[in-house]
Ligand binder design. Sequence first.
Ligand code: F6R
Length: 256
Amino acid sequence: MEIVIQPTAKAATSVAARIIARLLQEKPSAVLGLATGSTPLLLYRELIRMKLDWSKVKTFNLDEYIGLAPTHPQSYRSFMWENLFRHVNITKKNVHIPDGQAKDIPKFCAKYEQQIRATGGIDLQVLGIGTDGHIGFNEPTSSLASRTRIKTLTMQTREDNARFFGGKDQVPHHCITMGIGTIMEARQNLLLAFGANKARAIAEAVEGPITAFNPASVLQLHPTVKVCLDPSSASLLKRADYYRWVYANKPAWQQF
Ligand code: F6R
């Protein structure tokens, strides 16, 4: 894991945006895995500002609530079109977001996995992290080998997301999420976390044991993970000084 601690969330986001911009320049037909929530909002704003060419890019979103109409303002489909897709030249058929209203959800999930495979796999997966360590909506105790499927959200996650819905009772209980096994197959993972409420989950994921109790900790087994943090989310890391030194002293050949 490469831990990049920047002075602000904006600066950490701009490192992440540069990594994605370089990928799209090197591989215009790249396959991106995308996240929703508050964390990637700045990232999407920055990517829009960079005026990149999205015409050949394919995207797969991590997750979607079950039962929300695609037009519901809190559906992740609405989120993605509102905050990214409508501002860039992406081709609609290249956008993939789990269908939370699919009649046969297991069949839909198998097809989603198959669609990812058919593109040649995800080049770069953007991840946020839940306060309970979830990635995608793989809640604690999710199988570390899981594939795209239905999950039940924890009370913690529903409380965390109540801010978007005007109360936790309106937050759906179920979702479709890419599995941890699916995420681990991305060629590169880019995890962003900002704010003190993410500090414990980040410390456990980066420096704790690999455990399904903090699903993000499995990323320690992935060969190419960058973790972009602000000082608050990094505040419980024991080796923060080391990570800062490594990033500040990267040889030219190792820059990104
Ligand atoms: C969203 C997702 C989740 C969020 C996480 C953090 O697509 O996969 O794992 O990244 O719940 O959410 P925020 O960024 O709102 O704190």
